[in-house]
Design a protein around this ligand. Sequence first.
Ligand code: GDP
Ligand code: MG
Length: 438
Amino acid sequence: LSEGLQSAFKSLRGKGKLTESNMREGLQTVEQAMLEADVSYPVVQDFMQHVTERALGKRVLLSLRPHEELVRIVYDELVSILGPVDSSLHLKKSGCTVLMLCGLQGSGKTTTCGKLSQLLLEQKITPTLVAADLQRPAAIEQLHVIGRQLDVPVYSNPDEKDPVKVCQAGVKHAEANGSRVVILDTAGRLAIDQELMAELSRIDKKVSPDQVYLVVDGMTGQDAVNSAGAFNAELELDGVVMTKLDGDARGGALLSVKNVTGVPIKFIGTGEHFDALEPFRPEGMASRILQMGDMVAAAREAHRIVDEDEREKLEEMMASGEMTLDDFKKLMEKIAKPGLMGKMMGLIPGMGQMKEMLNNEDVSGGVKQTIGLINSMTKAERRDPKIIDTSRRTRIAAGAGVQPPMVNQLVKQFEQMKPLMKMMAGGSAADRMQMMRQ
Ligand code: GDP
Ligand code: MG
């Protein structure tokens, strides 16, 4: 065996399962990544414990290193915790749906009113905006500017001091005009205060909006989490919009916000313009938080190509040491989809040389050639390639339309691969015991 293969073999031995010790380093890396992404400490601790429990004892795909397998599990777990995906505004079939936006001052509520309007306009729905921020004199005008830019009606009443009354009148006004959607743009504060909470809570009770969304600034990290807790205690939230994720912020606060509120993340804001609103995608967010996208992609690809069942079969076949050229051909045919071949070869330890050989031309051409060679062989030759002599070799090569040395090369590589695969799969019971002990 070549040195490279030997060392590949060594690095794989005894790592059939994820253990406390082979996960330690990976867990530390993940923990650090999450803290850097602004996920709060207790949330990280909870998450790490949960993931460790889930990962412990999981089999490591032969082609992956333990930390790659671990990162894949971490990623999947993050995706599931950040979910579910629900960016529907849950508009009612008939009548007027009332959306209420709330959040701290400067979090992006008014801008999000414009963004949601744009989204609705794309669906041929013209919403009515209601200027219910009576705290800042400029707030009403700001909403009117947005209304004019998008050509959507804005209801306001500068003489009314009670935001509840403004909202009630706004909804009536919209209904009279046949609007299907009303968006309430409420006041914020620089920090949580009781007066604001009481005001929002009154709107929530008296106007009964169909959907209440909390708008949080993705750049404020822990502040976002604290305010989310306060808003959630006072209001019946239906969703969260996190804004300002167009900058460097890695958005880890979102995980904490999700944890605190338990409601779906609906959208993320990625800019100041009206089209900078994206439906929330847990996958994108998980990658952003972990920043190990390449590793995750590679590990997921490995799992996608070799699913659980196929993996068992493959490993059994490898472990038995009784893989014939027929089995090999079946394997080839299964994976001989364009582009997959090279990856697959790279994924099965010990196949590196085979991959190079197959790469002589283009990859799929190489597979075809290999399959062609095996096809030209008799049953007996496939079962026991040792019987292939000069005359058989010439016949096989002619049948496949290649030069006779190609036959030798295929047989040689295949024979070389067999014992290696057997060892990799931990064929003997003693090997398996050894693995379990580690
Ligand atoms: P409000 O006080 O909650 O109504 O916040 P505004 O909607 O007035 O937004 C405050 C500031 O944040 C404005 O300058 C917006 O242009 C900006 N802003 C809002 N959303 C985003 C976003 O997703 N990305 C960026 N870069 N800026 C945003
Ligand atoms: Mg505002």
